[in-house]
Design a protein around this ligand. Sequence first.
Ligand SMILES: NC(=O)C1=CN([C@@H]2O[C@H](COP(=O)(O)OP(=O)(O)OC[C@H]3O[C@@H](n4cnc5c(N)ncnc54)[C@H](O)[C@@H]3O)[C@@H](O)[C@H]2O)C=CC1
Ligand SMILES: O=C([O-])CC(=O)C(=O)O
Length: 345
Amino acid sequence: MAKEPMRVLVTGAAGQIGYALVPMIARGVMLGADQPVILHMLDIPPAAEALNGVKMELVDAAFPLLKGVVATTDVVEACTGVNVAVMVGGFPRKEGMERKDVMSKNVSIYKTQASALEAHAAPNCKVLVVANPANTNALILKEFAPSIPDRNVTCLTRLDHNRALGQISERLSVQVSDVKNVIIWGNHSSTQYPDVNHATVKTSTGEKPVRELVADDEWLNGEFITTVQQRGAAIIKARKFSSALSAASSACDHIRDWVLGTPEGTFVSMGVYSDGSYGVPSGLIYSFPVTCSGGEWKIVQEAGTVDPEPVAPEEGPEPDLPEVDLLCLESFDEAAEDFFSAMLD
Ligand SMILES: NC(=O)C1=CN([C@@H]2O[C@H](COP(=O)(O)OP(=O)(O)OC[C@H]3O[C@@H](n4cnc5c(N)ncnc54)[C@H](O)[C@@H]3O)[C@@H](O)[C@H]2O)C=CC1
Ligand SMILES: O=C([O-])CC(=O)C(=O)O
């Protein structure tokens, strides 16, 4: 019997990531090749015409799985009945800016959208925040949508995870699909810590540790880390726009693994609320290694203690005991201060 369609919200759907993401969803990349979808696309009134253009293209593409399109500038209409919400809407940073520089603009958007999701989304709606600063926006959304379970509010660090897989694959000239179990700890920001200490490569004689195959700790503890940390800025410099294709694809990976499960023996990175694991204060949205099954994520607990003994990078948290990324806390304080003073005005 055919499955019931799932309603998927994409905010900022007229933007760069939105334009790359909605056809992927409509093609089944996010929820599976047998899962019909109804797309809910939200943008702001100045983008209404462009949004309608995207809707026209979705119709023209005749996606068999696409059972309906809601294209709207009304946040309540957009959020009504959605099972999955991908929060992309916001202002992207430009060349020379840090992601936290777009905070004051983006954080205020998240209260309104949190309230609309809280009141109108389907029960158990799964939320993925993509817009920067992603961890902080997710935290704000979680605070202002208290009836959405904490574990349903996540942010995207899968792009950083995939970037790390890509760098290892290029370095070793192996297929990216043979590399697994890198970890992104912390924030989707330049303070994140990409960790290869548990990563392996499938070879003809079994799985081998990445550290052993690369055999160059200086590169792994230096250039590899900074390349992943700075990749977003490098793409902006090259394209003059942020990484839309890879962000869209990674957003599909994040939701697909969350809903359909991670392969046996594989973990992925997700920004999820901390339960205190690895000493990260409870309640923060922080990127951990997770496995997923039955629509639930679970933080991998042994990643901090598994051999081989990790080698600490010059900067950033120790791989076996990641420190709390203070930017997350500071950012939240600043954002909350701006936000609450704006409310009092
Ligand atoms: N977490 C991650 O890995 C990544 C995050 N990003 C972030 O994703 C966000 C979107 O990036 P792009 O698509 O490149 O930007 P974009 O500027 O092309 O698109 C953003 C869209 O959001 C819309 N928007 C603005 N305010 C809105 C609101 N209140 N409600 C609904 N829509 C609204 C804009 O009109 C625009 O259409 C940015 O914050 C960017 O920094 C980008 C790449 C990766
Ligand atoms: O760097 C940016 O502003 C866009 C982004 O988050 C990324 O590509 O990782």
